[in-house]
Design a protein around this ligand. Structure first.
Ligand SMILES: *[C@@H]1O[C@H](CO)[C@@H](O)[C@H](O)[C@H]1NC(C)=O
Ligand SMILES: *[C@@H]1O[C@H](CO)[C@@H](O)[C@H](O)[C@H]1NC(C)=O
Ligand SMILES: CC(=O)N[C@H]1CO[C@H](CO)[C@@H](O)[C@@H]1O
Length: 465
C-alpha cells in the first residue's frame, strides 16, 4: 500500500500544486509498509521504533468502505486494525492526539444523531472472538441478525470501531470525525478533483454515460454530500484542538452539510443532468436523462423500460454483429450498486453540530481561513458542476477538447431514438390497430396526406430552383 501511495504522490495531478509550491515536499514523507489484516499490522520492528519515538498525531482513516464486505473481513479491516493501531499508539511517547475517522452513518439506525458515541449491545472483542471459529457461510447466515437495523456491514463495523476507540479514551487523547457522503473536492487543490467510482461519483458517471436512467431516491430527501477537502480541513483543525486543549472525553465531530446548507436528491439530479448535457461524456450509451422516484412500482417500470429493454436490444445488436453481449451484465452490476445506495438516498437524518461550532469559534480568524470547513459558503450548483466535470477529467481521463464530438454523438443518439420511436409506432399500428376497416381508412388517409405534402414540397422546391 505504501508503495502505491508513493507512486500516486509522484504522478497524480492531485499533487501538482504542492509540487509546484514545494518541489521537495516528498522528502517530508516517510512511507511505511503495513497490512491491516496482519498481527501487529505487519509493521517492521525498525518502523515501529521510528513511529513510537517521533509521532505526535495519528490520523486513522484506513478502512474498507465497501458496503457489502463480508462481515469477517469488514471486522478485520475496520475494527481489529483500529484496535491494533490503538495499542501501537499507547506506545508512542510523543503522542498528542489520536484522530479516528468514522462515518456519519455509523448510527444511521437512528434519526437524530448527537455528537456522542452510542453503546452497542455487543462487546467488540467478544464478537471478534466468537466469529473466530466460524466458517464463512456461518458468519454469512448470522450477519443479518448481528447488524440488526443497520443496512450493511460497513456502518455496523464503523459503529463497533467507535466503541473500540471509546474504550481507549481514558488512556489516549482522542477525537472522532464523522463525515457523511464524501464527494469531490470543493476548492483544494482545485475544484472537482476526484479519482474513484465510490458512492455518488459512480452514479454520476453512469448517469452521464446515459446508462443509469432511474434510481430509487426521494426527491426531497437531503443529499448529505460533503466535499473531501472540508473533511480534511476539519480533521486537521480537530487534531490541533485535541492536542492543545485536551478535552476530558473523546469529542465527536459531525462533518455534514444537511443541517446548515441542505441540498436535495432532486436538485442533484437536475444539476447532474444539466451539466452532462452541456459537457457530455464520450461515447455515451444514451442521452443523459435520469428520473429518480421513491415509488417502488414506478422504479420497476423505468428499470424495465429504460434499463432492461435497451440492454436487451443492444445485446441483440452485439450478438448479430458477432460480438459478445455485455450490456445486460453491466446493468445487473449497476442495479446491485444502486441497490446498496438506496437506503441512504431515500431518507434523511439530523446531526447535532455543537462541537463543530465550538471548534470554529476556537480557531483564530487566520486559521479559520486556512483550515476552512464552513459549508455555509458552499454553492451547490457550482460544486455539482465541478464535480461532474471532475469525474470526466480525472476519473475517466477524457479530454475537454473532445466535447464537440461528444455533443455530435448525443445528437446521433437522439436521431436514432426518433427513428426507433417512429418505426415502433408504425409497427404497432400495422400489427395491432390497422386490422379494423376504419383504422385502415385513417391509415391510408394519413399516408396519402403525407404523400401529397411531400410531392407539393418537391414541386415547390423544383420551382424555386
Ligand atoms: C423523466 O421524467 C420526465 C418528466 O417527468 C419525462 O419527460 C422523461 O421521459 C422521464 N425520463 C426517464 C428516463 O424516465
Ligand atoms: C482547506 O484548506 C486549504 C488550505 O488552507 C484551503 O486552500 C482550502 O480552500 C480549504 N478548503 C475549503 C473547502 O475551504
Ligand atoms: C460541519 C457540519 O456541517 N456540521 C453539521 C452537523 O449537523 C448539524 C445538524 O444537522 C448541522 O447544523 C451542522 O452544520
Amino acid at each position: 500500500l505504501s508503495c502505491f501511495v508513493f507512486v500516486c504522490v509522484c504522478v497524480s495531478q492531485l499533487f501538482d500544486r504542492v509540487r509546484e509550491d514545494n518541489p521537495d515536499f516528498h522528502q517530508k514523507i516517510i512511507p511505511i509498509s503495513s497490512e491491516l489484516t496482519q498481527p501487529g499490522l505487519a509493521i517492521s520492528p525498525e518502523d515501529v521504533q521510528t513511529l513510537t519515538s517521533c509521532i505526535n498525531i495519528v490520523f486513522h482513516c484506513a478502512a474498507t468502505i465497501r458496503f457489502d464486505e463480508p462481515l469477517k473481513h469488514a471486522l478485520q479491516l475496520n475494527v481489529m486494525a483500529t484496535q491494533q493501531l490503538l495499542s501501537l499508539a499507547q506506545q508512542m511517547q510523543q503522542l498528542q492526539a489520536f484522530i479516528h475517522i468514522s462515518t456519519a452513518y455509523a448510527n444511521c439506525n437512528r434519526r437524530h444523531i448527537d455528537e456522542v458515541i452510542y453503546p452497542l449491545p455487543v462487546e467488540p472483542k467478544k464478537l471478534i472472538d466468537s466469529l473466530e471459529w466460524m466458517d464463512d457461510s456461518m458468519v454469512r447466515d448470522i450477519t443479518p441478525h448481528l447488524i440488526g437495523d443497520r443496512p450493511n456491514t460497513y456502518t455496523y463495523t464503523k459503529a463497533l470501531a467507535e466503541c473500540v476507540v471509546q474504550q481507549e479514551s481514558g488512556r489516549l487523547n482522542m477525537a472522532i470525525i464523522r463525515p457523511s457522503i464524501v464527494g469531490a473536492s470543493w476548492q483544494e487543490p482545485f475544484p472537482g478533483w476526484i479519482d474513484n467510482f465510490n458512492g455518488p461519483s459512480g452514479v454520476f458517471i453512469a448517469a452521464g454515460k446515459g446508462i443509469l436512467r432511474t434510481m430509487r431516491a426521494s426527491n426531497d430527501a437531503v443529499a448529505d454530500l460533503i466535499p473531501v477537502d472540508v473533511v480534511i480541513n476539519l480533521t486537521l483543525a480537530a487534531g490541533w484542538y485535541t492536542a492543545v486543549h485536551r478535552p476530558k472525553s473523546a469529542l465527536v465531530y459531525n462533518c455534514t452539510t444537511g443541517g446548515i446548507n441542505p441540498f436535495h436528491w432532486g436538485e442533484i439530479e437536475h444539476h447532474v443532468m444539466s451539466t452532462f448535457k452541456r459537457n457530455p461524456l464520450e461515447q455515451a450509451f444514451r442521452r443523459p436523462n435520469a428520473n429518480i422516484t421513491s415509488s417502488y412500482l414506478i422504479y420497476q417500470y423505468w428499470i424495465l423500460v429504460s434499463h432492461k429493454f435497451p440492454a436487451l436490444l443492444y445485446d441483440l445488436f452485439l450478438r448479430l454483429s458477432g460480438q459478445k453481449p455485455q450490456m445486460m451484465r453491466i446493468f445487473n452490476r449497476l442495479h446491485k450498486a444502486i441497490g446498496l445506495l438506496e437506503y441512504f438516498s431515500s431518507q434523511d437524518w439530523e446531526w447535532n453540530s455543537d462541537n463543530i461550532n465550538m471548534l470554529m469559534n476556537q480557531l483564530s480568524a487566520e486559521d479559520r481561513r486556512t483550515f476552512n470547513f464552513d459549508v455555509r459558503q458552499l454553492n451547490w450548483p457550482e460544486y455539482i458542476e465541478n464535480y461532474c466535470i471532475g469525474t470526466k477529467k480525472y476519473v475517466l481521463n477524457e479530454d475537454m477538447s473532445d466535447i464537440p464530438a461528444a455533443r455530435q454523438h448525443l445528437r446521433k443518439l437522439r436521431n436514432i431514438r426518433y427513428t426507433f420511436n417512429t418505426v415502433l409506432l408504425v409497427f404497432i399500428w400495422r400489427v395491432f390497430i390497422a386490422r379494423s376497416q376504419m383504422a385502415r381508412n385513417i391509415w391510408y388517409f394519413v399516408v396519402s396526406l403525407c404523400y401529397k405534402f411531400l410531392s407539393y414540397f418537391r414541386a415547390s422546391s423544383t420551382l424555386t430552383q
